[in-house]
Design a protein around this ligand. Structure first.
Ligand code: URA
Ligand code: SF4
Length: 251
């Protein structure tokens, strides 16, 4: 079996020399991402900014400092999470990434997720969110975690957007303040899942469907099944996606 750390190192070295899209022409340093190979949580942003492009490391500029603060307040050590972006090279002038750039870069992120196999993915901003939850509005679903397969995906506003808009800042801070609760719930849910998977061998009654069989959302801090009548249309979208591997190839 390939070692996750080795796989991540290979991806990082491919990214550093990558010319699969035009962002390679203007970058100084590509930014593959960083963090433990077996991180329980991944944070996925948009793309490198000015300082990230200089240093080759994610979230080291102003929004990075703010992200560090948010993590610290939530009791999460930055060194324990893997941080990366949907595009690994800086879009000139910090413009939005183009669809063809997202598509060209997608396989690196896919492979990182597969190697790390995180329980929790926090998406920062709409491009990262759209990879997992397409056709939804971030204003409608930020701070509403959704199970996608075996991972809890938590959509959040982007720290840079929040720094520019006080109302988003308040929302982002409220969402981050709930992170410890969601982490605990996700761990408990994973433990239940493990128990449910091993129950038939132990001759026990089958358990109710687990996260990997039934996408669910947290609502008011509790897990709730997505029933059609109870859900607004954007949430129904989550249910329709099912639990196929294609979940992670949505561009
Ligand atoms: N903004 C991002 O989305 N990613 C970074 O790495 C830095 C700023
Ligand atoms: Fe390659 Fe991604 Fe950089 Fe484009 S953004 S050159 S696909 S690493």
């Amino acid at each position: 079996m390939t070692d996750a750390k080795q796989t991540l190192d290979e991806i990082a070295s491919e990214v550093s020399g990558c010319t699969k899209c035009l962002l390679s022409a203007s970058r100084k340093k590509a930014v593959p991402g960083e963090g433990p190979a077996h991180a329980e949580m991944m944070l996925i942003g948009e793309g490198p900014g000015f300082y990230e492009n200089q240093e080759g490391r994610p979230f080291v500029g102003t929004s990075g400092q703010y992200l560090d603060e948010l993590l610290q307040k939530a009791g999460v050590a930055r060194k324990d999470v893997f941080i990366t972006n949907v595009v690994k090279c800086r879009p000139p002038g910090n413009r939005d990434p183009l669809p063809e750039e997202l598509a060209a870069c997608n396989s690196y992120l896919e492979r990182q997720i597969e190697a790390i196999d995180p329980l929790i993915i926090v998406t920062l901003g709409r491009y990262s969110m759209a990879k997992f939850l397409p056709n939804v509005k971030i204003s409608a679903i930020h701070g509403r975690p959704a199970w996608i397969g075996k991972r809890l995906v938590i959509p959040m506003f982007h720290p840079a957007a929040a720094l520019h808009q006080p109302s988003l800042k308040a929302s982002l801070e409220r969402d981050f303040a709930r992170l410890p609760e969601w982490i605990q719930d996700a761990r408990a849910h994973q433990a239940d899942h493990m128990a449910a998977v091993s129950a038939p061998q132990a001759g026990l009654e089958p358990q109710k469907p687990t996260a990997s069989q039934s996408p669910m959302l947290f609502q008011g801090g509790l897990f709730a099944d997505l029933t059609p009548e109870a859900q607004p249309p954007e949430v129904e979208e989550v249910k329709k996606q099912g639990d196929e591997p294609t979940q992670l190839s949505l561009f």
